[in-house]
Design a protein around this ligand. Structure first.
Ligand SMILES: Nc1ncnc2c1ncn2[C@@H]1O[C@H](COP(=O)(O)OP(=O)(O)O)[C@@H](O)[C@H]1O
Ligand SMILES: [Mg+2]
Length: 329
């Protein structure tokens, strides 16, 4: 019988449960996202949302996969990185399930899960990943036992940049598609700070500069167009260098912001110039989701990576390059 793992995602705004089978089939992917009414995400409110929906989401996933908890081979959970109160909900539920049903508990890193679900769903072997989301902006590739970081944001992640910008401009959330929608109508690129330091990018100065221009009555569509083009151009520069240095032959876009059509276009060009194949994670698996935790749980379980419930502490700042990925060898 092929292994089947149930995975729980609760690192930030989404509570998700996925069920994945060893052969790569995703049997269920049920997610519920907390949308803040005012301002940014409030960790405790999001955690309350997760606790409230957990029971329903788990049952729905089991029903979708047509499987009982007794038949599951392991319980995977994203222990980090993420927001403390949110992580605690997922970890708590996963421990209870593992203990009650006597199943191995599998610790999953949320960032590893984003890239692994991308690798699975686009059938990539050993790509350079551009991992872009609300909480992360990293360029990563496998080397010697781990995913290594070949560039990242020095301050705010790109999705957070767009979400904050949208909020300040009075636009709804999530911000990235809102900015992109207005950008299409923009005509002029205005002068803004372009900040690349070595292999890293920085978005906070760009954000401040745009908000200053907004107060000066610059056309909103032009502002959105410029914000997007600057943010993506900075990323493209470091991705291009990372591709040249790592010599990877595939470029894969992963994470919530991978759904941006303009970013896909730009990364496609970067890949073509370096004779790399370009692929994008499907929309369903771009944002936070339970399936990515379940699938990474399968990979971990096959490599013997499990954790005792009493040791399964959450890790708010758990970096992708701290995680061994023996299945990549
Ligand atoms: N259609 C879309 N196109 C581009 N970006 C999107 C789209 N929908 C949501 N996003 C962005 O995805 C980000 C969330 O990514 P996700 O991976 O789900 O979360 P997190 O970073 O919290 O793990 C947000 O910054 C949001 O603006
Ligand atoms: Mg994420």
């Amino acid at each position: 019988m092929p292994l089947v793992v149930l995975g729980i995602e609760s690192t930030a705004h989404t509570f998700g449960v996925g069920i994945a089978r060893e052969d790569g089939k995703i049997l269920a992917n049920i997610n519920s996202t907390y949308i803040p009414i005012h301002g940014g995400i409030l960790p405790r409110e999001a955690a309350r949302h997760h606790a409230n929906v957990a029971h329903k989401i788990i049952l729905k996933a089991l029903e979708k996969a047509d499987i009982r908890l007794e038949e599951i081979d392991g319980i995977a959970v994203a222990l980090g990185p993420g927001l403390g109160p949110c992580l605690r909900v997922g970890a708590f539920i996963a421990r209870i399930l593992a203990l009650s049903y006597d199943k191995p508990l599998i610790p999953v890193n949320h960032a590893v899960a984003h890239v692994e679900i991308a690798r699975l769903t686009v059938c990539a072997r050993d790509p350079l990943f551009v991992y872009v989301s609300g909480g992360n902006t990293q360029i990563v590739a496998y080397s010697q036992g781990r995913y290594r970081v070949f560039g990242e944001t020095l301050d705010i992640p790109i999705g957070n940049f767009f979400d904050t910008l949208a909020r300040e401009l009075g636009l709804p959330q999530p911000g990235t598609p809102q900015i992109e929608k207005l950008a299409i109508k923009g005509k002029n690129i205005i002068d803004l700070p372009y900040i690349v330091k070595g292999q890293d990018v920085s978005y906070s100065g760009l954000l401040t500069a745009i908000l200053r221009k907004f107060k000066e009555d610059v056309c909103l569509e032009d502002l959105c167009l410029s914000a997007m083009e600057y943010a993506y151009a900075m990323l493209a520069e470091v991705v291009e260098r990372a591709l040249a240095h790592t010599q990877k032959r595939e470029l894969v876009l992963a994470g919530g912001v991978a759904r941006s059509k303009r970013l896909q276009e730009i990364m496609q060009c970067v890949a073509e110039e370096h004779d790399a194949i370009f692929k994008v994670v499907p929309d369903e698996y771009a944002g936070d989701n339970g399936a990515m935790i379940a699938w990474t749980g399968v990979l971990c379980l096959k490599s013997g990576i499990t954790i005792q419930p009493e040791e399964s502490v959450i890790r708010q700042r758990w970096r992708i390059d701290e995680v061994d990925v023996p299945w990549m060898q």
